[in-house]
Design a protein around this ligand. Structure first.
Ligand code: NAD
Ligand code: IPM
Ligand code: MN
Length: 352
């Protein structure tokens, strides 16, 4: 199994090293690390080099920590940005489906700023369209004005709708802004048709993004699977992390075409935490590595088909939290190294 690892920037390298330690306990992976994001801009002048992209294409899965930081922040459109690497990689690998599970763990019910009775029992999946919409439309900029075009085609909506209905247990909430946006009205129509023709046994509800933002934190148990477009999914998933207690706990999996690619092999999936490079705490050894561990678990499951190893990582994380592990973001004092040791200890126990 070949894994291309992209540590990136900020806390990225700090949470990557422990994750590789964890993976080494589970199998004999061929791991290669590649510059990406700001680190790649510094070394090569671009956030995603041809070499890094080729290494990702050649791998069975890509594991990414995070990119970005104040060092590369610029409002000048002609300067390179770390985030361009991430968007370019998602697009180049055709990773249109971003799965972001959000689960309230019993051990962490007190860690959420929301009341226990609100968050208890929350278990939802956010299915975010990842290669279309306003992120990838034409951009213009003059001295006087700027624009970002938002476009969605019928096939783009159909395929992500199928991902969501296929993953749902009982209900899909399709989130849009159909009272204002033309792309949302097309979205609603196409999702409705895919539902009626292919998934009539799953309940479908349509909801507007503004009131959904409110309901996500007042009644998170309402949701089973949320299906939404690129930018709404970006925003709603950070908001939903509040239910779990911290952004530092949320993993994600980005999956492409399940059909074999034209070249004869399936494009690798990309597995990364929902959070960013956390420049405010970078270099202090206090980042929460759990979102990255759980992203590695999603990689084992979705990317490599190693279900029992994935489940072992998830239950070691749960057990460590039940034992009282709390990093700073969860109101505790545990360092990245202590959090890692706590999870590895449970993993070792499970495996013996
Ligand atoms: P962020 O997610 O990096 O941080 C938001 C807040 O959450 C910060 O207070 C941070 O300290 C905290 N946090 C995040 N992850 C944590 C962890 N693992 N442990 C403990 N605390 C954690 O968002 P931001 O500050 O708005 O963005 C910083 C940079 O990251 C920007 O350049 C942004 O573009 C980039 N970014 C990258 C990715 C990615 O690479 N996938 C995702 C989001 C943001
Ligand atoms: C995410 C991030 C990225 C996004 C940025 C860094 C481009 O916020 O993965 O959620 O907006 O998709
Ligand atoms: Mn985001």
């Amino acid at each position: 199994m070949r894994i291309a690892v992209l540590p990136g920037d900020g806390i990225g390298p700090e949470i990557t090293a422990p994750t590789l330690e964890l993976l080494a306990r589970l199998g004999d992976f061929e791991v290669t690390e590649h510059p990406f994001g700001g680190a790649s801009i510094d070394a090569h002048g671009t956030a995603l080099t041809d070499e890094t992209l080729a290494a990702c294409r050649d791998s069975d899965a890509v594991l990414l920590a995070a990119v970005g930081g104040p060092r590369w922040d610029t409002t000048d459109p002609s300067r390179p940005r770390p985030e361009q690497g991430l968007l370019g990689l998602r697009k180049a690998l055709g990773l249109y489906a971003n799965l972001r599970p959000v689960r309230a763990l019993d051990a962490l019910l007190e860690a959420s700023p929301l009341r226990r009775e609100v968050v208890e029992g929350t278990d939802m999946l956010i299915v975010r369209e990842l290669t279309g919409g306003i992120y990838f439309g034409e951009k213009t900029r003059t001295a006087e004005a700027a624009s970002d075009l938002c476009t969605y085609s019928v096939p783009e909506i159909e395929r992500i709708a199928r991902t969501a209905f296929g993953a749902a247990r009982s209900k899909v909430t399709s989130v849009d802004k159909a009272n204002v946006l033309e792309t949302s009205r097309l979205w609603r129509e196409v999702v409705g048709r895919v539902h009626a023709e292919e998934f009539p046994h799953i309940e479908l509800e349509h909801a507007l993004v503004d009131s959904t933002a409110m309901k996500l934190i007042t009644a998170p148990r309402h949701f089973d699977t949320i299906l939404t477009e690129n930018m709404f999914g970006d925003i709603l998933s950070d908001e939903a992390s509040v239910v779990t207690g911290s952004l530092g706990l949320l993993p994600s999996a980005s999956i492409g075409n399940p059909e074999p690619a034209a070249a004869g092999r399936r494009a690798p999936g990309l597995f990364e935490p929902v959070h960013g490079s956390a420049p405010d705490i970078a270099g202090q050894g206090i980042a929460n590595p759990l979102a990255m561990f759980l992203s590695a678990a999603l990689m084992l499951r979705h990317g490599l088909g190693w279900e029992s190893e994935a489940a072992a990582v998830e239950s070691a994380v749960d057990a460590a939290l039940r034992d009282g592990l709390r990093t700073r973001d969860l109101g505790g004092t545990a360092s990245t190294a202590e959090a890692t040791q706590a999870v590895l200890a449970h993993l070792d126990k499970e495996q013996t």
